[in-house]
Design a protein around this ligand. Structure first.
Ligand SMILES: *Cc1c(COP(=O)(O)O)cnc(C)c1O
Length: 229
């Protein structure tokens, strides 16, 4: 029987290897790709194991989980779930980055909460919807500039770039090719916000080939979640 730590270490080594191969085959530097370990639904003890294995970036979808685990393990905490306005007061306390901004209303709340933020500004990724539907969050590509303009004129926060999730029912490679086009135009307009958060367990290699700088990987490292969320 292997221990939990051995299992996680093996999974992590496998993921790191695949990241390396993908980076090499698309002529990208490994150093420009950040692996965020998505720890949602997993206990803080697993996050501690990941920390021992060198991971310093953790992703969460729910405020309650992120608030609790971030108290126990040091690192950069990434909020990547759909935002609920009434949770922002707490989220902006524990999160270093929010990947899922998709509304002016939420930006206004964040602006009020971060006005007197001490230390590093809160990093903001704007989520873009690749199918124009609102089911999995995100704004349509044509609305990005307006929201980004508002983000860059807000104190206490820093525009990082874009985030996307490949829509269900569309081949990830096709979705991320479209994302790369959107990202190129966006980066030209906002040259200080060139990050691209894309790719999960099933599609991070494709995301890397299309320029992802932040990949969010959960189940390939920690195993399958029950119940799935
Ligand atoms: C759950 C989740 C992930 C990680 O998904 P896995 O398939 O477990 O790697 C990444 N990004 C978002 C937005 C998620 O909700």
């Amino acid at each position: 029987m292997s221990t939990r730590k051995e299992d996680i270490a093996n999974n992590l080594a496998h993921v790191r290897e695949k990241i390396q191969v993908s980076a090499r085959s698309s002529n990208r530097e490994l150093s420009e790709i950040k692996l965020i370990a998505v720890t949602k639904t997993f206990p803080a003890i697993d996050v501690e194991i990941l920390h021992e294995l060198g991971i310093r970036d953790f992703g969460e979808n729910r405020d309650s989980e992120g608030a609790a685990k971030s108290k126990e393990v040091q690192g950069d905490w990434h909020f990547q779930g759909q935002i609920q306005g009434n949770k922002l007061k707490s989220i902006t306390k524990w999160a270093t980055f929010i990947h899922s901004l998709d509304s002016h209303d939420h930006l206004e709340k964040i602006a009020t909460l971060c006005k007197e933020r001490e230390g590093t500004p809160l990093g903001i990724f704007i989520q873009v919807s690749l199918d124009g539907a609102h089911g999995r969050g995100g704004v349509p590509a044509q609305e990005l500039t307006k929201l980004a303009d508002s983000v860059i004129s807000t104190v206490g926060i820093q525009l990082m770039g874009l985030m996307a999730v490949a829509p269900l029912g569309i081949e990830a490679d096709k979705a991320f090719a479209e994302l790369a086009v959107i990202h190129r135009a966006f980066s030209a307009n906002f040259p200080t916000a060139t990050a691209l958060s894309a790719g999960m367990s099933g599609d991070y290699e494709s995301a890397i080939s299309h320029g992802a700088t932040h990949i969010r990987v959960g189940s390939s490292i920690l195993g399958s979640r029950t119940p799935e969320m």
